[in-house]
Design a protein around this ligand. Structure first.
Ligand code: GDP
Ligand code: IMO
Ligand code: MG
Length: 458
């Protein structure tokens, strides 16, 4: 069977930790979208691993697959594999032949477009990894796929079409001189060909490429368990998120089918677990109706959003939760839990269960608030409106919970749910009841031993 892990908010909900938690019963962990914009943290035997591309199961020796819905930067992938090997692991990673390749010019173009948009404060605050430009080329039918790296003639043909076109975009649309960019080789067919052909040779030598759908279907037919690991989160989904402040893929459960080649029936027959952070964080621009203030340097779009108010509280939660981007190190914006957002996520992905993380971070506060509904133009809303402009106008109607004390979380995790402070349980039960979805796991610290497990999905 399959278990699909989906971020229910804005990314960084602790997906990597939950993939790890349930990883023992899994044979294969497959990513279905995104690329090295993701930053998933796994704490294993006291060691912290930060993974951008390699699926989180690799830490426990599971086969990892990067599905066709992913965009793969081979530079990052091999760096990550080499680093894991230096740390004594032997990651077994297979890459879909249909996955698209992030080429050096994609990163450059990501940077140029963000820079241009920043002149009018419209930047998305991307991770700068070239994610959007690569998905653009995929949709524009001019992309390079992993399978193409194995065939020098096809690779050259594709590059000869796309590279000069990108050079022209830089020069004629953005009016920049390619030779004055940091990485002019990104726009040189021969340089890109040489480097990426070499990656293709390594893929071939290490037998890393697969037909992901066929491989995963066969795995399931043999009775093995497959975990589908989402990156990012529902509100930065390109279809169901707050466009245009989104990533360029589908982190929601539908993406698990298109992004792996497993049928929707197979994904739907399994469990879909929504990962919920007990409060909100956001890196990058866009509205956040339950945002707490807090001046966090030059986070794009931040200044317009609630600066000042509740600044101390935001800073406190940011420090307690270590809320700095895994990939970019940017301070994360902080807000209270947002129930209209979670009702939307639960509907879009059909969560069969949720995992609520970071309950420990809120311990010690006198009061914990949640946005229970919104008011928009005098009307009360239980779920998110479809346009970002409307969402930005939503005012949260808060509910207040009494805080809970700091306890020994590892002890509490061992003893089980009943060992949680009463007020923390009231908070969990409120979320379960509003979403009509049981909490399978409750995170009370970064390690696996700091998670209360109430349900084993496999
Ligand atoms: P992901 O992108 O969804 O996998 O999440 P990240 O790894 O980017 O961010 C989550 C961070 O919170 C990591 O540093 C985790 O180790 C940590 N973490 C996960 N669950 C918990 C929890 O329940 N409590 C605390 N304090 N930290 C957690
Ligand atoms: P994980 O998997 C949080 C955000 C960026 C930006 C927007 C678009 O660790 O949860 P992109 O580089 O994808 O074009 O940026 O999406 N973003 C994330 N935010 N967690 C992530 O991944 C993210 N991946 C992208 O900050 O706002
Ligand atoms: Mg992350």
């Amino acid at each position: 069977m399959t278990v699909t892990i989906v971020g229910s908010q804005l990314g960084d909900e602790g997906k990597g930790g939950i993939v790890d938690l349930y990883g023992d019963d899994v044979d294969v962990v497959a990513r279905y979208q995104g690329g090295d914009n993701a930053g998933h943290t796994v704490v294993h035997e006291g060691e912290e691993y930060k993974l951008s591309l390699v699926p989180s199961g690799a830490i426990r020796g599971k086969v990892g697959v990067l599905g066709n819905g992913c965009v793969v930067n081979p530079r990052t992938l091999f760096d990550e594999i080499d680093t894991l090997q230096e740390r004594g692991l032997d990651p077994d990673v297979r890459i879909a032949e249909r996955a698209h390749v992030i080429l050096p010019f994609h990163r450059v173009l990501d940077g140029i477009e963000e820079e241009l948009k920043s002149e009018t404060d419209d930047e998305v605050g991307t991770t700068g990894r070239g994610i959007g430009p690569t998905y653009e080329d995929k949709a524009g039918r001019r992309g390079v796929r992993v399978g193409d790296l194995l065939d020098p003639d096809v690779l050259r043909e594709r590059l000869e079409y796309v590279v000069p076109q990108k050079r022209a975009v830089v020069e004629d649309v953005y009016d920049l001189d390619v030779d004055e960019l940091d990485d002019p080789d990104a726009f040189d067919v021969d340089a890109v060909f040489e480097e990426f052909r070499e990656f293709g040779r390594r893929f071939e030598a290490e037998d890393m490429t697969v037909n992901a759908g066929a491989f995963l279907s066969a795995t399931i037919d043999e009775g093995q368990n497959v975990m589908l690991e989402g990156a990012q989160g529902t509100i930065i989904d390109i279809d169901h998120g707050n466009y245009p402040y989104v990533t360029s893929s589908n982190p929601t459960a539908g993406g698990a089918a298109t992004g792996t080649g497993l049928s929707p029936g197979v994904v739907g027959d399994g469990e879909v677990i929504g990962i919920v952070k007990a409060y909100l964080t956001r890196v990058g621009s866009g509205p956040l109706p339950t945002e707490l203030g807090g001046v966090v340097g030059d986070t794009p779009g931040y200044d317009e959003q609630g600066e000042g108010e509740n600044e101390e509280l935001a800073n406190y939660i940011r420090e307690e939760g270590g809320e700095y981007g895994t990939v970019t190190g940017r301070p994360r914006r902080v807000g209270w839990l947002d129930l209209p957002m979670l009702r939307h996520s639960t509907r879009v992905s059909g969560f069969t269960g949720i995992a609520i993380n970071h309950l420990d971070v809120l311990a010690g506060l006198d009061e914990v608030k949640v946005g229970h509904t919104y008011t928009l133009d005098g009307e009360e809303l239980a779920s998110m409106p479809a346009t970002t402009e409307q969402w930005a106008k939503c005012e949260a109607n808060f509910r207040s919970f009494d805080g809970w004390p700091e306890v020994d979380w590892a002890d509490a995790a061992e003893e089980g749910y009943d060992a949680l402070p009463e007020n923390a349980k009231a908070y969990v039960e409120y979320i379960e009841s509003e979403l009509d979805t049981p909490a399978y796991a409750i995170g009370v610290g970064p390690g696996r031993g700091e998670t209360i497990v109430r349900e084993q999905p496999f």
